[in-house]
Design a protein around this ligand. Sequence first.
Ligand code: NDP
Ligand code: 2IT
Length: 453
Amino acid sequence: MSVEKYINKIMQSTMQSTPGQVEFYQAVEEVLSSLLPLLHAEPKYDNLNILERIVIPERQIIFRVVWQDDAGRIQTNIGYRVQFNSAIGPYKGGLRFHPSVNLGIIKFLGFEQIFKNSLTGLQIGGGKGGSNFDPKGKSDGEIMRFCQSFMTELSKHIGETIDIPAGDIGVGGREIGYLFGQYKRLTNNFDGVLTGKGINWGGSLARTEATGFGSVYFAENILGKQNDSVKGKIATISGSGNVAIYTIQKLIELGAKPVTCSDSRGMIYDKNGIHLDTLKLIKEVNRQSLEEYVIIHPEATYLPVHKYPENTNAVWAVPCDIAFPSATQNELNLNDIKNLHKNGCKLVCEGANMPTTPEAVAFIQSNKILYGPAKAANAGGVATSQLEMSQNASMARWGFSEVDNKLSNIMKSIFDLSYNTSKEFGDEGNLMMGANIAGFRKVADSMIDQGAV
Ligand code: NDP
Ligand code: 2IT
């Protein structure tokens, strides 16, 4: 059977055995199709059935999460932890709390995490979890009771050398605190079992900033190869959460001008540059809608989602040199990339996981737009999580600049690895192909070393 037919067979059997998981199929299809040059060169992955194995999680845990709201009513959610691959280290990956969460979404994120974690060069396997719980509009007490109930089950499946969850959409420092408190109460252990912990109780400096900072460091590496940099560039950013905020901060620090941010209700365009303090106040302190921004800065404009032109994300219609999708999956489609291209955008660097639709990725590649694929560009977050684990295990504590320097070096080595791998397989500069092959090869070779498990 040809390699192309083999991949097609795996896609078919994945769709048959796990129906309805569209985001998962999208992630698998992207990885498998970019492995073609490797599979042609190396028959061992095919002969040893590595692809069949790698698309099936080692274990997936689905559980009921029951908690009581402030009115005394019993509420029920579904909890997930998908332990996808432990060939190169303990399962590692975030938890997402969002009403859209289902098994297919957690599996897509867990699958991406395998290769992302491999690219960091650190000993971490791939996993992901979460719940369809919606933190919006909940009181602190409700968030705490939900987190305690969620951890009551999750605690049976995790451990500092087994599986180490962290944050993702809807899970930040507050939620990690409640989850850690309950884990400690249940197990009587002060383990580094979660990352993204508070600085007073085992967290690492620079973990909060790491994904956004790392994404901008990755963009600097891409632009550096063209003797260019982010300095002086107009940047558009989607999202206004952890990744977006620290992407904006680093862009400002390096002399770029970020002019947009967004949330699920609308977007801000501030042609003078986003005011970081205002953004942090609205989102990190007050947890408000972005609409508040124009009350403080009336020169900026706010556009609600219902006024976006049909089938477009208005963030990507704003003229820019560089774009950082940093909210969620499939938030940048073919119309959006055409808008970006028309307006002269030269780089798309993915802070979010799988933010660009397959049609838009194809457009990026055929129009030679520079591209930082998510599993490389946003790997700074999980890499710094591993630096937190490392500090916990050795009872050490590193300063901010020490961690930030390590992060910057890791992002450079991910860029170099992806770039050199693209060159090795005959498509120099195709970082998506380079990242997928390099991430896959290390995991697949480790699976081969460890036998039929
Ligand atoms: P946050 O919860 O801090 O922020 C998410 C942001 O995206 C919010 O502004 C949110 O708006 C917006 N958003 C979420 N879902 C949607 C949606 N369906 N439509 C429109 N806007 C949406 O999450 P993070 O910043 O941590 O995560 C952002 C992305 O980065 C995700 O794809 C995540 O997987 C990825 N990522 C995160 C890492 C991390 O370390 N945190 C590491 C690597 C990747 P609103 O508040 O209105 O919902
Ligand atoms: O998608 C991701 O890489 C994350 N949400 C961070 C995971 C982690 O373990 O720090």
